[in-house]
Design a protein around this ligand. Structure first.
Ligand code: AMP
Ligand code: ZN
Length: 463
């Protein structure tokens, strides 16, 4: 790119939009908390996947494809996973049952993310493959007086960190009153949280200096981000619900272990998504997975293409709440249908689209600019490459559909047959062919040959 846009992001840590300056522009580093793999991802989980994919694409655009490292972890140690394994595979040894649950869920998550147009992150580390790094951080925390052992657990001592609570802006008293913080007698303070807990025979466990046990949730992300991105990195992301306690505690662990002032320079959080005006929950019956939207008629009585789901998500700014509804999906679908198909080329994305994204990922303005480009490209094919590059920056490139030669000749045969019928004024039969083709996803466009004045028909595959 010629002149580089100044990226600005809203930083939850300082509660303001700030200019972004990477620590090392040769290697811009982003970490996003990934899924806990015990159940298929719901459409709410799709929001951080899509939002931070747009961020990843923008960073690659500005700093170069090979100069961005994006890590999205897989949380495959969690008591919810153990419960699910026992429920779904009661006859199997627990380790085997857990592996079945986590492998199936992880594979589905990756497929869902790809269907939603998300690039594969640079690394997708699993918690179970980073236990040694977790143990190392916990050892450092104990050595530096930030952690202690009590009642079969190693706990982080929140009072040992003078500025604990900076991200969520809660003071210790508020945290103690917080409903999500369990008050246990063995803790020095109510806000102290688990770094390691002993496992009994029936629970998964790893050998450690404190006995066979398993890590707490927060330590997993401190270990994986540190291992892949270093003690201090550029951007840490996740949903709003993770600010407290998860991200607050990641910060406490990483900063105290490594002796740094920050863990990540910028903290970005996506807002929450609800479905048809209500908070998504299994009991409400409006809990909908990405898989169900892509492959079943659970919402609106039909399936939805990944690109429609993605556009519907990006039609709202990432920090605002979203109401995911059939109406919104239909709106996204109508918009997409007006955009031309194109192949990714080497063109540079439109400056207005880049500028919109550079302004704290303003996807709403970016989509408006993209739509104007689509209209220009429909009128003038010369604009198509810029439209394609801009759509690709949002992960919204309507791709040309490849169909094989035999199918092409069969469609051509039916289109010619219809032209013959029209010539013979057999409109009813001609319309039938049009309808059958339409049901197969083939759209006909009638015109007139400029030279001969004869009726012509072209066709294209509807997306
Ligand atoms: P979980 O597997 O519950 O840890 O969630 C994975 C990611 O999805 C986290 O970044 C959450 O903040 C995010 N998330 C979960 N539910 C929603 C929702 N309804 N709307 C937006 N983001 C969500
Ligand atoms: Zn995390």
């Amino acid at each position: 790119m010629g002149t580089e846009p100044q990226l600005k992001f809203y930083n939850t840590l300082t509660r303001e939009k700030v200019d972004f300056h990477p620590i090392d522009r040769e290697n811009v580093r982003l970490y996003v908390c990934g899924p806990t793999v015990y159940d298929f991802a719901h459409i709410g989980n799709a929001r951080p996947a899509i939002v931070f994919d747009v961020l990843f694409r923008l960073l690659r655009q500005v700093y170069g494809e090979s100069h961005v490292t994006y890590v999205r972890n897989i949380t495959d140690v969690d008591d919810k996973i153990n419960l699910r394994a026992l429920r779904d595979h009661p006859g199997l040894p627990l380790n085997q049952a857990i592996r079945l649950v986590t492998e199936k869920t992880e594979t589905q998550y990756r497929e869902d993310a790809i269907a939603l147009g998300c690039l594969e992150p640079t690394a997708q580390p699993r918690a179970t493959e980073n236990i040694a790094q977790m143990i190392e951080i916990i050892e450092k925390l104990i050595a530096k007086g930030h952690a202690y052992q009590a009642a079969g657990e190693v706990l982080f001592d929140t009072k040992s960190m003078s500025d604990y609570g900076q991200l969520s802006k809660r003071n210790l008293e508020e945290q103690q009153a917080g409903a999500r913080v369990a008050v246990d007698a063995h803790k020095k303070s109510a806000g102290d949280f688990v770094l390691w807990k002993l496992s009994d025979e029936s629970e998964p466990g790893w050998e450690s200096p404190w006995g066979r046990g398993r890590p707490g949730w927060h330590i997993e992300c401190s270990a994986m981000s540190g291992h892949y991105l270093g003690d201090v990195f550029d951007i840490h992301g996740g949903g709003l619900d993770l600010i407290f306690p998860h991200h607050e505690n990641e910060i406490a662990q990483s900063r105290c272990a490594h002796g740094t002032d920050v863990m990540a320079n910028v903290w970005m959080h996506n807002g929450f998504l609800q479905v048809e005006g209500r908070k998504m929950s299994k009991s409400e019956g409006n809990f909908v997975t990405i898989y169900e939207l892509l492959r079943t008629d659970k919402l609106g009585g039909r399936t939805w293409p990944g690109a429609v789901l993605r556009l519907a998500m990006l039609m709202t700014h990432y920090r605002e709440p979203i109401d995911f509804s059939v109406k919104r999906l239909e709106e996204a679908e109508r918009l997409l249908a007006k955009w031309p198909a194109a192949d990714v080329g080497v063109a540079t994305p439109d400056a207005a689209v880049v500028a919109a994204l550079a302004d704290d990922l303003n996807t709403v303005a970016a989509i408006q600019a993209l739509h104007a480009l689509a209209q220009a490209a429909n009128a003038d094919a010369g604009v198509l490459p810029i439209f394609a590059a801009s759509a690709a920056l949002l992960g919204l490139l309507p791709e040309k559909v490849e169909i094989d030669d035999a199918v092409v000749s069969e469609i051509n045969r039916r289109v010619s047959a219809r032209l013959e019928l029209l010539k013979a004024k057999n409109f009813a039969e001609a319309d039938k062919i049009r309808e059958v083709l339409s049901a197969e996803g083939i759209q006909l466009k009638d015109g007139k040959d400029a030279a001969t004045g004869e009726r012509t028909t072209t066709w294209e595959v509807k997306r």
